[in-house]
Structures are given as structure tokens and as C-alpha cells.
Design a binder for this molecule. Structure first.
Ligand SMILES: *Cc1c(COP(=O)(O)O)cnc(C)c1O
Length: 364
């Protein structure tokens, strides 16, 4: 990656080639299953249009979004793709989905019947994706409701989807229980393909892959195997320019609440990034950043628009107004920042702010 040492504003670099490489790696790892891509929430905050186009170029044919509006936006970008909408039919009528050629992931027998009726009415081939709740207790049909379906409705189910609650904890007993519950309903739908695994589920083993896997976070560099080395390539890099460097003459403290005591001789650099930009307030006094090859601690509270790093150990000529400081990168990535803030990489990614300049690497 390019390393221009001076910046005029915070800059979020998004490596589209790394996203494509992550998708290809998961597709190889899970073959012969099909590898879809989850691009909900603006592709986890990284930008739906550039990310979806990069994934389509890499060979991805099936996409999942959460909201119907996200599906319509994606349809305009990718006329040929299969697009599944995880929210199902609750928020928009079936006609909205048919119009945009979106496939709602249906979460109740009632929605399945409404969908099939609309398909019949409009002369559309009846094919339905159905979500079964095997233990997450979120959206989806109860297995007992599926058993009660009449055979005509069952025959129209082309994709049977379920979602794991504890895939990031391989030893959790719920994984095997959910797998067993899903397998128990599969024979009801002889024509249906089956999909269970998202990012972490892929790493639970081939028994979890079925016909279609649906990774999201892993494509964007979040570690799908917490506690073990990250098999994915890092995707985001966040850098911000130094606004000001304090050369401290007296003992004092840094920031709101005076949480970080200072000694004379310390140097503190101020950066134009704060919690309004999605840098978590909880990471104050816990996260680190990087200047050239020096690791510098984030000290004091993170404010709305600013944060402070202790640069006392960095040679002064390397820290000037405009000097680029790396806040997220290969060394200290979204998972590390999440750990520091007591959250998960997903939340860090999806909150990265709109005030950053965005640069997409390896775009055509
Ligand atoms: C968000 C989501 C995914 C993707 O999950 P990751 O952990 O990001 O891979 C897959 N399936 C469903 C139902 C989801 O809600």
C-alpha cells in the first residue's frame, strides 16, 4: 500500500482486491458449495457499489442484503445477480420484490403463501427461499411450522436457510444442535438447496457448508476464527493527519475527565478523528496507533471529533502537523480496535464514518 507521509484529512483506504481475494479464498475452501456474499448495511459500511462490483468481477453470483431497499439499490448495480433479502416480506409487499427481481428470505408460512400467491398471480415461476429458526430465536419459521406445510408449498422451496448463533465458538454445543435441527427438516424439501454457514460457520467444517455459504464479515477482513490467527486479508486502513503536537512543560492530564496523567517532557499529538467518526469512545487509553514503525498509545478519552496519542517515544522530526498516523491497518486492525473497545470487528466496520475521505484500492 502507498505510504504518503502527509495527509490533509483522515483517509479510509478500502482494498477491493483484498475483498476479492478473500471471496476467492472462501469459495475455494468451500467448493463445491457456492459462495455468496453478504453486502447488507452498505457492504458493512465499506460502500455497496464498489464492493458489490468487485465481488461480481471476482465471480460472485449470489448476494444477500438485509433490507428490501438495499436489494433494489443492488439490483440497479448488478442486473444479473441473484439477490436475497434477509428481512423477508414484512416491510414491503411481494410485488416490490418481484418488480426488482429480489428473493425475500421468507420467515413464516404466511409469508411463503403470500409469496407463492403473488408468483401465481403474475405468472412468475414459483421459487421461494425460506428461513428456518434452528435456535437463534430471531427471524424464521419454527421447524414444526415447516412440517405442517402442504406439499405444494414445500415443493416450491428452492433454498432453505438457517443461521448459527455461536459459530465463532467452535466448541459451543448449540452448533451441533442447530445442525441437527436443520438436517431434520431437509427431507421435507427434496428440491431445496440448503445454506447454513456465514463467515465463522464456514470454519466449523464441511458438514456446515451444504450447497451455499453466506460470508459477510470475513470478506471485509474481520477474523472469522476469534482466538486463532486471522485467515483473511486485511481490507481497511485508516490514517489521519496530526493536527497539533503538544510539548508538555509541566505535569497535567489529557482530555475530558483528566484520565491520563502527563509528565513534563511528554509529547502528545492530536488527530481529527473521534467517536462521531465511528472511532469508539471506549477505546480511549486502550487502543494503539502507528507512526512510521512506531507504535503509539491512544491516551485520554476519545472526544467527538478528536483523539490524542502519546508520541513521546517517536523522534520529533517524524511527528509534525500533517504527519499520517495509522489508526487501523495490518498491524492493528478492526478486531484489535474492537477488543480495545469491548466490541466486535463488525461494529467497528459498520460505524466507520462518512467524514473520512475514501480511497478504493485496485479499482478498475
Ligand atoms: C449478517 C448475516 C450473515 C453474514 O454474517 P457474517 O458473520 O458477517 O459472515 C449471514 N446470514 C445472515 C442471516 C445474516 O444476518
Amino acid at each position: 500500500m502507498r505510504d504518503d507521509a502527509l495527509l490533509t484529512r483522515p483517509c479510509l483506504e478500502i482494498d477491493l482486491e483484498a475483498i476479492a481475494a478473500n471471496w476467492r479464498a472462501l469459495a475455494r475452501f468451500t467448493a463445491p458449495a457456492e459462495c455468496a456474499a453478504v453486502v447488507k448495511a452498505d457492504a458493512y459500511g465499506l460502500g455497496l457499489a464498489p464492493v458489490a462490483r468487485a465481488l461480481a468481477r471476482a465471480g460472485c453470483r449470489s448476494f444477500f442484503v438485509a433490507r428490501p431497499e438495499e436489494g433494489a439499490e443492488l439490483r440497479a448495480l448488478l442486473p444479473e445477480a441473484r439477490i436475497f433479502v434477509l428481512d423477508g416480506l414484512a416491510l414491503r409487499p411481494a410485488a416490490f420484490f418481484l418488480e426488482a427481481r429480489l428473493e425475500p428470505v421468507l420467515g413464516s408460512p404466511r409469508d411463503l403463501h403470500a409469496w407463492l400467491a403473488e408468483c401465481r398471480r403474475t405468472g412468475t415461476r414459483a421459487a421461494a427461499a425460506v428461513l428456518v429458526d434452528t435456535g437463534l430465536t430471531r427471524l424464521g419459521c419454527d421447524p414444526a411450522e415447516l412440517v405442517a406445510l402442504e406439499s405444494e408449498a414445500r415443493a416450491a422451496v428452492a433454498l432453505l436457510v438457517s443461521h448459527l448463533a455461536c459459530a465463532d465458538e467452535p466448541a459451543h454445543p448449540l452448533n451441533a444442535r442447530q445442525l441437527a435441527r436443520l438436517k431434520a427438516v431437509c427431507p421435507l424439501f427434496p428440491r431445496a438447496k440448503v445454506s447454513l454457514a456465514a463467515s465463522s460457520g464456514i470454519f466449523l467444517g464441511p458438514a456446515f457448508h451444504f450447497a451455499l455459504v453466506r460470508p459477510g464479515a470475513a470478506l471485509y477482513g474481520v477474523n472469522p476464527t476469534p482466538g486463532r490467527p486471522n485467515p483473511m486479508r486485511p481490507v481497511v486502513r485508516l490514517r489521519a493527519p496530526v493536527l497539533h503536537v503538544h510539548q508538555l512543560r509541566e505535569a497535567g492530564s489529557v482530555g475530558y475527565g483528566a484520565t491520563f496523567p502527563t509528565r513534563p517532557g511528554m509529547r502528545i499529538a492530536v488527530l481529527p478523528v473521534g467517536y462521531a467518526d465511528g472511532y469508539p469512545r471506549a477505546a480511549g487509553d486502550r487502543a494503539t496507533a502507528r507512526i512510521a514503525n512506531h507504535v503509539v498509545p491512544v491516551v485520554g478519552r476519545v472526544s467527538m471529533d478528536l483523539l490524542t496519542v502519546d508520541v513521546s517515544d517517536v523522534p520529533p522530526e517524524l511527528v509534525q502537523p500533517g504527519t499520517a498516523v495509522e489508526l487501523l491497518g495490518a498491524e492493528f486492525g478492526v478486531d484489535a480496535l474492537a477488543d480495545a473497545a469491548g466490541t466486535i470487528g463488525y461494529e467497528i466496520l459498520t460505524r466507520l464514518g462518512r467524514r473520512f475521505e475514501r480511497r478504493y484500492l485496485s479499482e478498475e
